[in-house]
Design a protein around this ligand. Structure first.
Ligand SMILES: [Zn+2]
Length: 297
């Protein structure tokens, strides 16, 4: 999105570096991501959201702003299709029993992308597209989406609010972009467990909230598959926001999600990278997340 932008290719390089340094790299089975089809994207997005990307691509070297923080370059359409395609392919592989779970190291992220429009660094809502794929193509009746990015996943909420097949649990710093997720009631929000927390909230408080609010709701929902919007910008070293989580907190949260998946979902989890902009903290946190997904302790 431009050399100044925190959502940069260096993020995936930082993850790769830490996977190598940790020794985890050699234990992973890797797949390249296919492109999603427009029909798969349209399970979540209106045609105007697709055309906002496809029909607005600038020429070589140029940038087209969708909003102040969200820009397109000449490659953005294919990059967005490939990010969503990874989430779909991971869902297919996990449903086929090839893997218990999968992590998609993808960008651009997705959870702010609304059905009608890209926003907030996000072009298409990768996690929502994968969840709809699991429901519509694989015929699942109940899925859960767990979002631990520091920002509220407004696009995902908009895609699924009021849909009893989907339980979404999240915490997020509030007030903070996109300033949503704090409406208190209404039938459309009955499947949303939103936990807004103030700046400087630390990991132990987050763990207590997860224990008290997420886990009972997840057990009651009995999801057949769990999707994780895995943002690591709640890390205390990440300056895009002001929460105080560390790698061990991401590991703990992930292990609780693995517990739920093991009990209700045959272990099935697809996790997709969302935010995380301090490169060192991002790489270390992804390693902690993957160790927990692999139950390596
Ligand atoms: Zn974020």
């Amino acid at each position: 999105m431009g050399d100044w932008h925190p959502e940069s290719p260096a993020r995936l390089q930082a993850i790769e570096d830490q996977l190598i340094a940790s020794g985890l790299s050699s234990l992973l089975v890797r797949r390249d991501a296919p492109l999603a089809s427009t029909a798969q994207i349209e399970r979540v997005h209106q045609s105007c959201a697709l055309s906002a990307v496809r029909d607005a691509l600038p020429g070589p070297g140029g940038y087209h702003p969708i909003d102040a923080d969200t820009l397109l370059n000449e490659h953005s359409w294919l990059a967005a299709l490939r990010a969503a395609g990874a989430a779909i392919a991971a869902t297919d592989a996990v449903m086929a029993g090839e893997f218990a779970n999968a992590f998609c190291a993808i960008r651009p992220p997705g959870h702010h992308a609304r059905p009608s429009t890209p926003m907030g660094f996000c072009l298409f809502n990768n996690i929502a597209i994968a969840a709809r794929h699991a429901l519509d193509v694989h015929g699942l009746d109940r899925v859960a989406i767990v979002d631990f990015d520091v920002h509220h996943g407004n696009g995902t909420e908009e895609a699924f609010s009021g849909d009893p097949r989907v339980l979404m649990t999240s915490f997020f710093q509030h007030p903070l972009y996109p300033y949503s997720g704090v409406e208190k009631s209404g039938a459309l929000l009955s499947n949303m467990i939103n936990l807004p927390v103030p700046a400087y909230t630390r990991g132990e408080t987050i763990r207590d909230l997860v224990q008290a609010h997420w886990l009972p709701a997840l057990h009651a929902h009995r999801p057949q598959m769990i999707f994780i919007s895995a943002g690591f910008d709640a890390h205390r070293e990440d300056d895009i926001a002001n929460l105080g989580l560390v790698e061990a907190d991401f590991a703990w949260i992930t292990s609780r999600i693995v517990d739920i998946a093991t009990e209700h979902a045959q272990g099935r989890i697809v996790s997709c990278l969302e935010g995380g902009y301090n490169l060192s903290a991002l790489g270390r946190s992804v390693v902690a997340h993957l160790r927990s997904l692999a139950s390596l302790g």
